[in-house]
Every structure is written in structure tokens, then in C-alpha cells.
Design a protein around this ligand. Structure first.
Ligand SMILES: NC(=O)c1ccc[n+]([C@@H]2O[C@H](COP(=O)([O-])OP(=O)(O)OC[C@H]3O[C@@H](n4cnc5c(N)ncnc54)[C@H](OP(=O)(O)O)[C@@H]3O)[C@@H](O)[C@H]2O)c1
Length: 412
């Protein structure tokens, strides 16, 4: 509990933008419901923007602090001050947690107060709560999913319309699904921050953003999607955090999925996250991964948990090495001279690196040919070496393009 008795719980709000303003409205609207659920009536003690409010007086007048400013400098400073002052904090700030999680969780632990952050990953999908509480003592093998709605919208549109990346990005910006500066979304950095947070929770280990290998979707071509359709695959930007070879691998990459995969039908700006563990098989949750009201709703859920007194302070218990070289399946797109012997030459290079082909589609384009292959799972370093050698073949007309493929079968 934040404090005893029937006095209202004073909430200090840092940031009153898209999420902060929605949170202030939602708090006023749901105050009676929060009181009915927790016995404590929440009220806004004050709010801070760049041009209005004073942090010190907001902190002094609050029992609980909600950080919805974004950024990692001022927000880090304010969250640390709040925790050290013994005030529980709720934040939606993925970059703050992914970059400074060790420090923030240590200070929360020392101060004996909660730091809650459901909205930082996949907004309203309760994945943080599920991993921390429902699966708190489950040996999780893998957490993965679509954790960036902007890129999922762009890829869904490219697949549906055949339009190019730049055209679809401009449309996403017009519709409000992409920021004016979409860099962190499209280059995978936003998803990487979320995966660092999920990996930390799932494996009880310290994971920071710098340990997440990420790739974005900027290089995806419309014909990658057209050929994928022919092979029955759909393209998603996936975040994957999994146990591998005594360590963990945390990565973000564009990836083809077979039909029947639970993430294949997730279209548009939606997010979806799967958790796998021997004890639970697999669980999939999907829903809106952004939006002022949706994110504010997740923030209010955290406030209610704190007032109800449930929730553990997060613990990191083990050290797990990051495994760099893992096995994956790939789609490989080659433009080659349409002449006898080229396919055999490509097969020899792949064979020399112990890379085996699952399926091939070949198309003539005048004097050239396109080879589109699906490669069986192999070590990524081995595949990269094969691609490097293929790129040097005289018969190659443009640099090889490759995208990972998840081959696992799921019962639909
Ligand atoms: N938008 C979403 O759908 C969404 C979804 C999930 C998570 N989040 C996370 O939620 C947080 C807030 O996002 P948002 O979209 O609401 O951002 P936003 O619309 O840009 O609002 C940010 C607010 O914080 C204030 N602010 C920023 N820096 C400040 C500083 N140094 N000192 C005082 N005030 C400061 C801004 O003040 P001014 O009003 O004066 O500019 C503004 O009121 C971010 O961490 C974001 O990653 C957002």
C-alpha cells in the first residue's frame, strides 16, 4: 500500500502529451472504480510539462509518480529521485528501462518501492504482468512477437498493395501510424528496447539495449513480399528473446512466417507476443500496441496494482551470456545470369558451407533469372559466409538479399 487510511492517493504526473493527457482524463473518469477496487481514491497532485509545473513541488506533494515524458535524461533523473524519496513509480518509457534498467531496479529495490512499466512493452497487452506474475516462477524458454505496430502496419500494407516501402511509410505517417521521424521504429531500435525489457523479465537476468542485435525493415523490397506470397509466407518484424546453448539470444529482425504460425495473421498496427515454456506450451496475446487511451489504460492498471499492494519488486538473479551465433532458416533472393550451370554453381557454394536448400522458385527475366530459395536452418555465421561467396560470383547481377524464416510448425 502507498499509505494507510482513507486519504486520497496523490499522483504526480510527469508529461502531459499523448499518453499523459489521456491518463489524466482516464484517472478522473475511473477514480471511483479505483477506489472501489483498492480502497484508495486517486487524485492528480500536479503535472509537469516542458513549460509548466515544478518537479520538486510535484514530488513533494505526491504519493506516487507517473512518468510519461519519454527521453532518458530528465526522466531518469526524476524517476531516480522519486524512487529514492520512497515513492512508487509507473512509467511507459521503454528506452529508459532498456538503457538504465539495472540502476533503476537496484534503486527501487533499495528503497523498497515498486517500479511498474506495463505500458512500456506492447502498450495495453498485459505481457509484463503475465511474465512477472503468472509465469513468475516458470522456466520460460522463449518470448517473441510483433512489438512495433508501425512496422507491422507498413509490412501489412506492402504485402496487401504491392506498393514500395517509401510510399507506404508516407501513408503510415499521414494516418498517424508513424512519427514524423520514424527512424527508431523502422530501424528496429524501438522493438529492441522492448525485447531487452522482456528478456530481463523472462530470464531474470540483466539485459540492456546494447546487447540486443537488431535489424529494421528499410531494405525490404516489394518483390520480397511478392515471392513470399508465392511461397505462402507472410513478413513480420519479430523480436525474439530465447534461451540458446546455455545463454540467451535477444534479437530483432524481419522474418517470414509460415501460415498456421500464430503471429502470421497479425495485421496492421497491432502487436502480439508469444511466451513458450515446457510447463505452459505456448501462450499468445495480441492487441493495440500504442495509442494514448490504450497506453494510459495500461498505466492506470499499474497504479491499481500498486495501490492494491500486489506486485514484486523486480529481481535479477542470474548471469546469462549473450549467444551471438544462432541457427536460423533463411529466404535467399539471387539475380543471376540466365545461362547453363549457374544454378549448379550456386548449389555448390551453398553445399561447401553445409547450407541446404528447402525450396526454390526460378523465374526468367530476359537474359537474367531470379532464384528465390528457402534455406534449411543452419548457423547464421555459416549462411553469412555462403552469401559472401555467392556475392563474388561473376554471374550474380545484384547483391544477394536474405531474410530469416521461421520454419517451426504450429497446429493451426
Ligand atoms: N504514444 C504512444 O502510443 C505510446 C505507447 C507506448 C508507450 N509510450 C511512451 O509513453 C511516453 C510518453 O509518450 P507520448 O507519446 O505521450 O509523448 P509526447 O506526446 O511527446 O508527450 C511528452 C510529454 O512530456 C513532456 N516532457 C518531455 N520532456 C520533458 C522534460 N524534460 N521536462 C518536462 N516535461 C517534459 C512534454 O511536454 P510539452 O507538452 O511541454 O512538450 C509532453 O507533455 C514515452 O516514453 C513513450 O515511449 C507512448
Amino acid at each position: 500500500m502507498v499509505s494507510e487510511g482513507s486519504k486520497p492517493v496523490r499522483i504526480g504526473l510527469l508529461g502531459r502529451g499523448t499518453v499523459g493527457a489521456a491518463f489524466a482524463d482516464l484517472l478522473a473518469e475511473r477514480a471511483a472504480a479505483v477506489e472501489a477496487a483498492t480502497g484508495r481514491r486517486p487524485e492528480l497532485a500536479g503535472s509537469l510539462t516542458r513549460s509548466d509545473g515544478d518537479f520538486d513541488s510535484i514530488l513533494a506533494g505526491s504519493d506516487l509518480v507517473v512518468e510519461l515524458m519519454g527521453g532518458t535524461d530528465a526522466s531518469r533523473d526524476y524517476v531516480l529521485q522519486a524512487l529514492r524519496a520512497g515513492k512508487p513509480v509507473v512509467t511507459a518509457n521503454k528506452q529508459l528501462l532498456a538503457q538504465h534498467g539495472d540502476e533503476l531496479f537496484a534503486v527501487a529495490r533499495e528503497a523498497g518501492v515498486q517500479l511498474r512499466f506495463e505500458a512500456a512493452v506492447a502498450a495495453v497487452i498485459p505481457i509484463v504482468r503475465t511474465i512477472q506474475e503468472s509465469f513468475g516462477v516458470t522456466e520460460i524458454a522463449k518470448v517473441f512477437g510483433i512489438v512495433n505496430g508501425t512496422t507491422n502496419f507498413i509490412l501489412s500494407e506492402m504485402a496487401a498493395t504491392g506498393a514500395g516501402y517509401d510510399e507506404v511509410l508516407a501513408r503510415a505517417q499521414e494516418l498517424g501510424y508513424a512519427e514524423a521521424d520514424p527512424s527508431d521504429d523502422v530501424n528496429g531500435a524501438d522493438a529492441a528496447a522492448k525485447m531487452a525489457i522482456l528478456a530481463r523479465l523472462a530470464f531474470h537476468t540483466s539485459v540492456t539495449l546494447s546487447e540486443v542485435a537488431y535489424e529494421g525493415i528499410e531494405a525490404i523490397q516489394p518483390d520480397d513480399l511478392a515471392y513470399a506470397k508465392e511461397l505462402g509466407l507472410s513478413l513480420k518484424l519479430l523480436g525474439v528473446a530465447e534461451r540458446r546453448d546455455g545463454g540467451i539470444s535477444v534479437r530483432v529482425f524481419p522474418c517470414f512466417l509460415y501460415p498456421g504460425h500464430p503471429l502470421a495473421p497479425i495485421e496492421g498496427a497491432f502487436n502480439a507476443v508469444m511466451v513458450e515454456a515446457p510447463a505452459i506450451s505456448e501462450v499468445t496475446m495480441s492487441g493495440p500496441g500504442a495509442g494514448g487511451l490504450q497506453t494510459a489504460s495500461a498505466v492506470l492498471g499499474d497504479v491499481v496494482s500498486i495501490l492494491a499492494g500486489d506486485a514484486p519488486v523486480h529481481e535479477t538473479r542470474v548471469e546469462l551470456p549473450i549467444v551471438e551465433d544462432v541457427s536460423s532458416s533463411f529466404y535467399l533472393h539471387l539475380e543471376v545470369a540466365d545461362q547453363p550451370g549457374v544454378l549448379a554453381q550456386v548449389a555448390t557454394v551453398l553445399g561447401d558451407h553445409e547450407v541446404s536448400v528447402k525450396s526454390v522458385v526460378q523465374r526468367g527475366t530476359g537474359s537474367d533469372a531470379r532464384l528465390v530459395m528457402v534455406i534449411h536452418e543452419c548457423l547464421e555465421s555459416r549462411f553469412a559466409a555462403a552469401v559472401e561467396e555467392l556475392a563474388r560470383l561473376d554471374e550474380l547481377r545484384s547483391p544477394p538479399r536474405s531474410i530469416r524464416v521461421i520454419e517451426e510448425e504450429y497446429s493451426a
